[in-house]
Ligand binder design. Sequence first.
Ligand code: HEC
Length: 101
Amino acid sequence: MRALWCAASFAAWCAFAAAQDAPQGDFQRAKTSFESICAVCHGAKGEGGVGLPLKGIAERLTLEQTIEKIKNPNPAMPKLYPEVLSEDDVAGLAAYIRSFR
Ligand code: HEC
């Protein structure tokens, strides 16, 4: 599942990554990554879909726990770190999804 998913999305990701030169952990960059990678399962505003709703996640998990969930997700979610997402990407995304209310 993971290999298939990566094969299907890697080209798009690489084009995306190459186009980015914003500061690391930048909010806009995290938003763009979220929309291109995570929204397909979690919804553009974290409303949920195949993946769990991420709305209100800041009330359920600490920033550290959120980072951990992205780095080492349960099997239903693809493990994107460290192949696709860097340490900074994960931190930026964790901060970004915590803004969903
Ligand atoms: C292929 C679909 C899919 C993609 C793509 C995906 N997720 Fe998930 N995600 C899931 C599923 C399914 C779960 C629930 C796993 C479980 O706990 O059973 C989940 C769980 C999570 C959780 C834990 C939520 C909680 O309340 O415990 C976080 C945080 C998360 N995803 C963030 C992300 C981020 C950030 C991205 C993009 C980098 C992403 N996900 C991409 C499917 C996906």
